[in-house]
Design a protein around this ligand. Structure first.
Ligand code: B12
Ligand SMILES: *[C@@H]1O[C@H](CO)[C@@H](O)[C@H](O)[C@H]1NC(C)=O
Ligand SMILES: *[C@@H]1O[C@H](CO)[C@@H](O)[C@H](O)[C@H]1NC(C)=O
Ligand SMILES: *[C@@H]1O[C@H](CO)[C@@H](O)[C@H](O)[C@H]1NC(C)=O
Length: 139
């Protein structure tokens, strides 16, 4: 009898929890802006909005954006130690000989400071209202 009552309360608790879990993991729950800046050519900035899933990585949002918006394209190479290295954005590629690359910067929150994450696009987990800045620059 005790066991039955316990089971009843447990399943009731689970039913209450499930919708919460589904909402949190629902795709589209974390909107971010992605701004493309070319600090070398001074081409005008481009801004896209994208969605990160709950605790999702930046490259996931970039892949989804690429699938749904034909104006946004990127390529990357796979580093054996650090994962995806962002190679080109919208046809503009970094070049070792010219010492150019795509730098990953993040303006945290609505109007917070701009940080330079110590991980790449495969590890960075955007926070709510982050503005991701892909800055084509020199090293
Ligand atoms: C030099 C260097 C760079 C140069 C590489 C230029 C070149 N062709 O030589 C440049 C300036 C391009 C660079 C960029 C970035 N880097 Co860097 N870089 C280094 C550094 C200081 C030395 C690497 C090296 O020469 N190793 C010796 C060679 C012989 O080994 P290698 O395996 O061939 O090295 C290659 C990889 O390291 C690769 N690489 C360099 N940085 C990164 C970052 C990522 C995410 C990936 C996938 C690959 C990668 O480029 C090297 C040359 O091909 C290391 C720190 C260290 N002391 O190791 C950080 C380091 C590897 N970089 C790091 C980071 C975070 C970045 C950036 C994401 C920074 C940013 N916010 O923009 C960007 C990459 C953005 C992108 N486009 O994806 C981190 C990676 C940590 C992690 N777990 O992800 C490190 C460990 C420094 C740190 N902050 O702790 N980097
Ligand atoms: C993205 O940028 C637009 C225009 O600046 C702004 O209205 C919107 O709030 C931003 N979205 C996010 C998630 O920061
Ligand atoms: C492009 O975006 C960067 C990063 O936010 C900003 O510093 C710069 O002023 C912008 N440039 C233009 C022309 O809007
Ligand atoms: C992009 O890189 C240039 C050169 O390092 C730097 O001066 C500029 O502040 C960076 N852009 C942004 C938006 O931070």
């Amino acid at each position: 009898m005790m066991g039955l009552i316990m089971a009843f309360f447990l399943s009731a608790a689970l039913l209450l929890l499930v919708p919460g879990i589904l909402t949190e993991t629902e795709h589209g729950s974390n909107p971010i802006n992605l701004t493309i800046v070319n600090s070398i050519s001074n081409a005008p900035n481009e801004t896209y909005s994208a969605d990160v899933v709950f605790r999702g990585i930046l490259i996931g949002a970039m892949r989804r954006l690429q699938q749904t918006n034909s104006d946004f394209k990127f390529t990357y190479t796979e580093d054996p130690n650090y994962g995806p290295f962002l190679e080109s954005v919208n046809g503009v590629a970094g070049d070792n000989a010219e010492h150019t690359y795509w730098e990953l910067l993040v303006q945290t929150g609505k109007s917070g400071p701009v940080i330079r994450p110590d991980v790449g696009i495969g590890c960075y987990i955007p926070g709510p209202n982050d503005r991701i800045i892909l800055n084509f620059t020199k090293w």
